[in-house]
Design a protein around this ligand. Structure first.
Ligand code: ASP
Length: 314
């Protein structure tokens, strides 16, 4: 019997309900989950599926990833991304990369073309060049610059000592909708995979790398347990190795994907308070789960269990 196959994607945890751009967000999630599902339906593997789903969201401009990435304190765009294959724990990630159209694709090159796991900044760009990925100059849009100006003013007022050392309290101040993108998938051969991509946190300091580049924090995938992808305050997610924690809970079917995601997010709440993050999960049987302690986390799912019918929830 072919096991259940399918994919779940998210568009980032947010501290407020999504009131604007609902149609665009919905459409971008639909496009992403369909791109990932079609790959699985054709019999290709879950790594191809999550890469393609995340690349689609990076290209949409709607989320805080790829084209839509937020700005650092110095008005730069510095992105993090990672990908992991549950078959053999192969993983690749990039941190603080600039001038790359699809950071998730570069993360895959790290996984497949090198025997390293993480590349950052200039080294990642050098690898891109070696892999024939052309540089791509992302310019901050007018809309992004306006958000920057508003947040920058707030940050300067809120932390008058030295706003250049951006304070952690700026997190809740700045971040209404985090908008990181991620995906977990399982293919027809019961192989799981996860991928994530982000511009990180608004007004982060130059060189800051978040959980999305850290295997075990932002994502994890292991056929013996399942796959998980986290979003929210990256500093908290890293301190808790959150995605690995959720996968460990799913080992030997001890906890269902929903229970594992709930327990992981409960841990975030217990240690760091509410309104901080969310998670999506899938286990080796093709059951999906999700949880968040924020007011929103747009998700879409398409699986063979529901005969390829798409579900989107904003
Ligand atoms: N986890 C991301 C980061 O801290 C942000 C997010 O998920 O929205 O870089």
């Amino acid at each position: 019997m072919t096991p259940n196959f399918g994919i779940m994607v998210h568009g980032g945890a947010g501290t407020s309900k999504i009131r604007t751009k609902r149609t665009q967000i919905s459409k971008a999630l639909e496009d992403s989950v369909s791109a990932g599902y079609d790959i699985l339906l054709a019999g290709r593997d879950s790594v191809d599926s999550v890469e393609s789903a995340v690349a689609s969201m990076e290209g949409s401009g709607v989320f805080n990833a790829g084209f839509g990435s937020c700005l650092t304190l110095e008005k730069r765009i510095e992105m993090d991304a990672s990908i992991m294959d549950g078959r053999d724990l192969r993983a690749g990630s990039v941190g603080a990369v600039e001038h790359i159209q699809n950071p998730v694709k570069l993360a895959r090159k790290v996984m497949e073309r090198t025997d390293h796991v993480m590349f950052v900044s200039g080294g990642a760009l050098k690898l891109a060049e070696l892999c024939d990925i052309a540089p791509f100059f992302l310019e901050p849009t007018k809309e992004k610059l306006e958000v920057y100006t508003t947040l920058h003013k707030k940050l300067k007022t809120a932390w008058s000592r030295n706003y250049r050392l951006s304070s952690s309290s700026s997190f809740t101040l700045n971040q209404r909708h985090f908008g990181t993108v991620g995906a977990v998938a399982i293919d027809k051969h019961a192989n799981v995979a996860a991928a994530v991509s982000t511009g990180g946190r608004w007004l982060k300091m130059h060189g800051r790398v978040g959980d999305s580049a850290v295997i075990g924090a932002g994502i994890y995938a292991d056929n013996s347990s399942g796959a998980a992808c986290a979003t929210g305050n990256g500093e908290f997610i890293m301190k808790l190795c959150l995605s690995k924690y959720a996968c460990d809970l799913m080992k030997q079917q001890q906890y269902s994907p929903s229970q594992a995601a709930r327990k992981a997010i409960f841990l975030v709440t217990r240690r760091f308070g509410p309104n901080n993050g969310g998670m999506i999960t899938v286990n080796a049987k093709g059951t999906f789960g999700l949880s968040m302690n924020t007011r929103s986390m747009p998700v879409a799912i398409k699986s063979s269990k529901s005969h390829g019918k798409m579900h989107v929830r904003l």
